[in-house]
Write a new protein. Sequence first.
Length: 282
Amino acid sequence: MKCILSSVLMLCFFMPVTAQRKYNNSGNAPLQLYMTQVGGGNFDLGSDDEATDRKPAHTVTVKDFSIGTYEVTQEQWKLVMGNNPSLYICEECPVTNISFADVQSFIEKLNTMTGKHYRLPTEAEWEYAARGGQKERLIKSTPNVAKGGVNELLVPNDGIRRVPDKELTGKKYSGKKLPQDVAWYARNSKDHIHPTGRKKSNELGIYDMSGNVEEWCADFYGKDYGSKQAVSNPQGPAGGNAHVVRGGSWSSSPSEITVTRRAAYVPKTKNNSLGFRVAMDK
């Protein structure tokens, strides 16, 4: 038992300098997942040009937080939970076939092991991070193409506020205008998941927020989640029958892996295209 615990305590996951997995065995740091710090700001959550449950786009403010640079892997799950429930076995791939309750059990045990306070991201945090947060790069809109991203926003560190511009929009996919560079999806996945971090990251250095596996969020799903009022740090409905899932997967079409796409899954849902990443308050 002491040997097993010692091995766990020696592991550090995911160094930021590369998409390839590397381990830091130089110290006795507790188990930790590599996190990306996201500076808070304002953004337009949702899209007026896409599905009904993404309307209306409305201004949301999120505070500073951290989010997993990568989706939680099968190897990480096994170190914490002692099993691997995934149907497609690949230690460096995202863990799948896990319910919402399974994820909460993992996070509870992880927090006990590390003394930290990991949690699932809220839907607003997830979309903000997927868009690139304060580093989101706007592009010129293409006529008759559904928009993704934001039209107004952020108050960057230099104090310059972007103003609404109907000719500019954010990227539809997390980090790119086109999906193939940043996402494993139906057209390039060869019908299976892939190791995390092998596609390009978005502007914040976060990987696989479009494609690879769908990701559980903390919020209950609300079909009409829009608001005409500015909202700070939204947590979603107080209750419901399903939780929000974001990001699309290796089996998704291009329209299902955009930064604004939402889905509703009942908490007991398990499948080979559904995983998660963690978040943490700053």
